[in-house]
Design a protein around this ligand. Sequence first.
Ligand code: HEM
Length: 590
Amino acid sequence: MLLEIVAAVAAGFIAWLAYFVNDLVSKRRKLDGLPQPPMKNILLGHLHIADECMKLFPKGIHSHAWADYIREKWNLPETFYVDWRPVGPLWLFSADPELASEHILVKQSLPKSPWEKEFMDRFLGKNNLVSLEGARHKMLRSMFNPGFSANNIMTYADAIVEASLKFIDVLKAKAQSNEHFEMEEYATRLTIDIIGLAVFDVNMQAQTKLHPIVEHFRARVNMMPGAQPFFWQDAQPTRPIRLWWNNRKLEAAINDELDQKVQRRAKDLENESRGMVVPQKKSIIDLALNAYEKEMAMGQNVTTGDAIKRITDSRTLPPRLRQDLVDSIKTFFFAGHDTTSSTLAWCYYLLHRNPKARSQLVSELDEVFPPGTSTARAIQQDPYVINKLEYTAACIKETLRIFPPASTLRALDPKYPAQHTTFTDPRTGIKHDLEGTTAWPIAHMIQRNKRFFPEPMKFIPERFIPDRTPFPEAELFAPSGKYAFQSFSVGPRNCIGQELAMIESKIVLALTVREFDFVLEYPGEKADPQPEIPENTAKEFSEETEYGKGIRDGTITPNFVEGHRVWQVLKGAAKPVGGCPGRVYLRNQN
Ligand code: HEM
């Protein structure tokens, strides 16, 4: 009897295996004739390429850096496939912003991929703006849009200046003590303070103490899986329980702050109704509640301002609205804190490495804020003065071009039918099918596409300024280049916080660049490492270079990419490895 059961199980397994192999092979055959790197073995697909990249690149690097290597090494067109099934997705990688906008992000905006949705839902809750789709997304996005508008963010410029002045105190102390520190850590504390101001109009003082939201939130970031391409590389059986427990504490801390915000707003509303002067500044939550109340009133055909029912007591917040707000607040902290702080850290690094660009930036700052005058006061008196910082903005965009902290993964979903599931690449005439793929318009790869960004490995902020660019022929300025800068993504799911990120980065740079110089230094390594900037990644890691050869024969451990010692690891966002460590120097002491 036992033997019969074993035989039946074995037969079942063999039948399943035969079906599985047959299915996999026929799926792979569908890729015949499509642009892809070579497969060594039909059963293993392109897994040997993942293996090659894992060996060549530094451990833990964000896999978007691999994509350029793959495209360049096998001379692939801008849109191509990489098949990691059955242990990963069938990728449809694209470096073509026009094609991506037409079929994936803008004209046809595909839903987020199940992998991204599952990651975000686990991390932020099911009502998070990043992974919601359809009507729910539209509703929440329009509720939060007013708070993130440039005009509203400008009302916070004075508070952003105050938070930046604290950051300056931190940098000054570090310069005076010659302390070795992680720039990203301190930039993150600053950006958390700024998000707290914009979201709740509250000073969280993250730069001087540990607010409970920050404590639980950062613990949560550390619990999430990293960039390992395959799930088993970071499997932790206790993770779900730890995440659940952390979520309870995080939500309690957010609810507490939310309640206080609602009560403060109620007081302002009461004062306003009595004709008293109330603060002009409106936090993102203030404006979201205004939008919600208006929406409710419209549903009840109430249109006159006075008749709109206001939320005046946090205990009466509808539970659905409360959960939407809590998940959204988590999302804003998640999406906004380390993306912006990484950008600042890289900007300091790149400006030190590119003294010509730095001196251009200093000239602009000297012109807009003449030496001897207070930059802080000038911005507080007229926040719109920062609109004059064209070169500063270009430096931030160039930093984001080289080191994009995030991008987007999309896939077909029968719940949200697509307008079309196939398309033809006009550059190659090849017909592509979105079915079964995870489409990844990789910001990192798009922003290294020479059609739009010639000499892509070099830091050239002028490339973003039409009358100063050394590349007037670049397609960046043609209609095809409309969506070539993708660091904030494009289309209806683009970054809601991009104005906040740009405004805060401009203010922080305006206040710090002339005063400080940041020099990269990894523990136990030489200060200011400046490996040669290669022409492209495939060459850098090829057998023709000493670096590539050394990695292959085991005499060199890879620790720089594209000529940078500070490369990107995925931990929530793509962040500088090791937190961008180094020292800061006061400029006038150089
Ligand atoms: C340099 C800084 C930033 C970068 C590079 C960045 C980049 C991005 C990218 C690429 C996306 C699309 C993600 C996807 O489709 O999966 C996105 C979405 C989003 N970002 Fe940002 N972001 C930055 C700062 C911020 C800030 C400061 C906030 C808010 C405080 C924010 C909030 C969001 C939200 C809520 C979404 C989802 C929007 C939607 O789907 O409607 N981001 N961001």
